[in-house]
Design a binder for this molecule. Structure first.
Ligand SMILES: [Zn+2]
Length: 272
């Protein structure tokens, strides 16, 4: 009896602490994405809008967690609003909807510029000659650092929805580098066949590169022909924005992406 009197209250205190902690966590997340903000934000993705309620609920949970654990930093004087944060968090949640937040464990920050931003790049070619170039970018994923985004580019996507999704594109690069260099080869699941992925991505990449007028033939963004890493990133954003383009032009790649992301956007979108 003595033991139960001692342990009883302690257990109650521990349970109460746990409940308080859970409540605080729920409240911080809940405040981050009010019903109104969530409803408005969902409209920025045709795919997310078309998903069944249970998937939307999971997306909201993931987006809330992203808002809590990643830092959102404005650059060049940009004041990052709740709308911006919610929009980015939702789009970042889409690729990991069915594979989980652990896939984003290697990075912590998202930097947002008002528009395109200038970077100074330096690289060595196959002859050992070092090249320096200045580039204006709308997005960048630094292998040991943050994702960098242009808010203007995201606004344009929302005004004229097409097959672009900057956030998904940069997040796909983050998935790609989980097993080393950015090469269009993310860590595959145990039930996937590495050789089949390499064969089919290689064939699709070269098919796209060999097309004279890429955009005219398959309507896949020609930026995909830049290199295999960009091919994977562009295919991923197209998979979630205009899945029929991947499904019809590169069915083998579609199947691999479907298995990798555990999602089937083409089936979801064609029901609309
Ligand atoms: Zn890219």
């Amino acid at each position: 009896m003595a033991t139960s009197r001692k342990t009883g209250p302690r257990r109650t205190v521990r349970a109460a602490d746990k409940l308080k902690k859970l409540y605080r966590r729920w409240r911080s997340g809940h405040n981050a994405l009010s019903d109104l903000l969530w409803t408005k934000t969902l409209r920025t993705s045709s795919y997310a809008s078309a998903l069944p309620l249970k998937d939307q609920t999971q997306l909201r949970l993931l987006a809330t967690q992203i808002l809590r654990i990643k830092s959102f930093e404005g650059a060049s004087g940009l004041n990052v609003s709740e709308t911006m944060r919610a929009r980015i968090a939702l789009h970042a949640s889409i690729p990991i909807l069915n594979i989980g937040l652990d896939y984003y464990a290697d990075w912590t920050s998202i930097v947002i510029y008002p528009g395109d931003f200038r970077v100074h790049d330096e690289y060595m070619d196959e002859h050992g000659v070092v090249h320096r170039e200045i580039m204006d970018l709308c997005g960048q994923s630094l292998s040991q650092g943050p994702i960098v985004l242009s808010w203007e580019a995201m606004r344009e996507e929302d005004e004229t929805p097409a097959d672009h999704d900057l956030v998904i594109h940069e997040c796909a690069h983050k998935l790609d580098v989980l097993n080393g260099d950015a090469n269009g080869f993310p860590p595959l699941h145990a039930d996937m066949v590495t050789r089949a992925w390499a064969r089919d991505f290689h064939a699709a990449y070269h098919q796209l590169c060999s097309e004279q007028d890429t955009r005219g033939a398959s309507r896949i963004d020609p930026y995909a022909t830049e290199d295999p890493a960009e091919f994977f990133a562009v295919m991923s954003e197209t998979f979630f924005t205009a899945p029929h383009l991947v499904y019809e032009n590169h069915p083998a790649v579609y199947k691999h992406l479907q298995r990798f992301y555990h999602q089937d956007p083409h089936s979801i979108m064609k029901q609309r």
